[in-house]
Design a protein around this ligand. Structure first.
Ligand SMILES: Cc1cc2nc3c(=O)[nH]c(=O)nc-3n(C[C@H](O)[C@H](O)[C@H](O)COP(=O)(O)OP(=O)(O)OC[C@H]3O[C@@H](n4cnc5c(N)ncnc54)[C@H](O)[C@@H]3O)c2cc1C
Length: 474
């Protein structure tokens, strides 16, 4: 429906510029449903600014009129953070038209890019300049820098390069009242007071809108060795990780745990993905060593270490990729797990982390609980074990009822998150809070932390217009 003249939307349209404020059904439809289909909202309108100035004008207007703003990027997050509520009063703001790489400076190992850049395009821009941008995740073909920074995304290279926050040198942010905070420098050292930019990373759009970032680049990996390894149990996987870190001089770039059930799911649902070692082992590890030196000899080192691991009983079988095609095939298997799980049926997801050394005990206790208490479910626990991060998911068992699984969700969530808490872990390792885990944060965060978070929120967003209902209870 067209907004009437003099209505806030018409005024906003006039202020923001032609073609920026959209109210067509197709435009709105595309931003009202989250990736996991947990929430279906109703947007007031969709804003598609092209410049920082347009973002600034939109926010200043919304601040003055108390209109809520929901930043929306690639819409791949798992917690409903980018979806408006059902009220029809929230403006969704997407920076997808702000997708320029402003500069790449190979000598400085840095680049400056706008928040609407798709992650895969950033990786390519770095590569074209002979450098490496290490943030990498299954959704990299569609997620955007603004979403990655706002969720402090993790992914496949955290063990070596850290999470999104560790890759940020500076940010350009439009504050809730429309003012622009620019810390877009590429300085490595700057101890001049509070580190304000850090607050926006992982804030899930609740403090302001990130419009651009200066990012840390690295030398390109020139020697890469990748193996798919059968291991008897998670304990031996963790031991293998420690050995590889030591013997390779900390060259482990990725270290992913994959259970047999995940390999079976992928084989069943994703055509063209083969299991490198069959499905005889209860657990597998996908590990990758990387070095910027072309002559590091990582392939030979990995083969030697895996032979020693086989002898020591830490592994039972192993395949080292002999070429890029085989390497890609190993990675396809790992990255196809979420898709295979979706195709299999309903699932309950828990994105948890515990200290790496405690992960085997956590898995043992959590799995025993599931076995004793949950009906009609299959445990699919996989993920970034190098970071102590597991996607502890329960999928609908074949022939079981999805409703039965869903009905047990509150009890399962409580048991798993309580156990994580007991292990000194986190109930949200890399996916954030969004709308989904607001109550969990309120439950598990120490009261002082919550008090300080609310104070930060009030300081940056006094009228509470930025993504209300996400992260903190309003
Ligand atoms: C197949 C698959 C694999 C995945 N693998 C991983 C993984 O390995 N590691 C991981 O961490 N995540 C993973 N994810 C989750 C998801 O991809 C990440 O959370 C990603 O960072 C979200 O980016 P997005 O562009 O889709 O953001 P969106 O989902 O659109 O938004 C995410 C949040 O950021 C806010 N936001 C968006 N843009 C801005 C902005 N410019 N300024 C301020 N706030 C903003 C939104 O309001 C929302 O709260 C995966 C998802 C899928 C589908």
């Amino acid at each position: 429906m067209m907004p009437g003249p003099g209505s806030p939307l018409a005024l906003l349209g006039a202020l923001a510029g032609a073609d920026v404020i959209r109210t067509g059904a197709a435009d709105l439809e595309a931003v009202q449903q989250d990736h996991r289909r947990l929430y279906r909202g109703k947007a007031l309108a969709l804003a598609l600014p092209r410049t920082v100035d347009e973002v600034s004008r939109i926010l200043a207007f919304c601040h003055a009129r108390r209109i809520a703003v929901v930043p929306h990027a690639g819409n791949t997050s798992y917690c409903g953070g980018a979806t408006p509520d059902e009220s029809g009063t929230q403006l969704v703001l997407s920076l997808r038209r702000m997708d320029k790489v402003r500069s790449v400076d190979p000598g400085d190992y840095s680049m400056v890019a706008e928040a609407g850049c798709i992650l895969a395009n950033l990786q390519q821009a770095a590569e074209a300049a002979g450098r490496f941008f290490p943030l990498s995740l299954g959704a990299e073909g569609s997620c955007q820098l603004g979403g990655n920074l706002s969720t402090n995304a993790g992914g496949l290279n955290v063990v070596r390069y850290g999470m999104a926050r560790d890759l940020v040198l500076g940010l350009e942010v439009v504050l809730a009242d429309g003012r622009v905070l620019s810390t877009l420098s590429t300085l490595r050292k700057d101890n001049t007071g509070y580190d304000l930019k850090s607050l926006f990373v992982g804030a899930e759009g609740t403090l302001g809108v990130i419009t651009a970032a200066s990012l840390r680049l690295f030398p390109r990996p020139r020697d890469v060795a990748t193996a798919f390894v059968a291991v008897p149990e998670p304990r031996t996987a963790v031991e293998l990780l420690a050995r590889l870190r030591e013997s390779s001089g900390d060259r482990v770039g990725s270290f992913e745990l994959v259970p047999r059930v995940a390999v079976e799911l992928v084989a069943r649902h994703v055509p063209g993905v083969a299991a490198p070692l069959g499905i005889g082992s209860p657990w597998y590890v996908l590990c990758e060593l990387t070095s910027p030196r072309a002559d590091e000899g990582l392939g030979a080192l990995l083969e030697r270490e895996l032979a020693a691991a086989l002898e020591a009983g830490l592994a039972t079988d192993a395949a080292v990729a002999q070429n890029e095609r085989e390497r890609q095939a190993f990675w396809r298997l790992r990255e196809s797990i979420p898709e295979a799980q979706t195709r299999e049926g309903a699932s309950l997801k828990h994105d948890v982390s515990v200290p790496v050394s405690r992960l085997p005990d956590f898995l043992r206790r959590a799995s025993a609980w599931v076995q004793g208490h949950v009906e009609g479910a299959v445990l699919v626990a996989y993920g970034h074990v190098g970071d102590g991060n597991l996607h502890f998911n329960l999928g609908q068992a074949r022939g079981a009822d999805a409703a039965l699984l869903k009905s047990q969700e509150p009890a399962i969530r409580r048991a798993i998150h309580d156990l994580v808490h007991e292990f000194g872990g986190s109930f949200s390792a890399e996916h954030g809070i969004g709308r989904l885990k607001v109550d969990e944060l309120a439950r598990y965060a120490p009261p002082l932390e919550l008090e300080l978070m609310r104070a930060v929120k009030r300081a940056f967003d006094p009228h509470g217009i930025m993504n209300p209902g996400k992260v903190l209870k309003t």
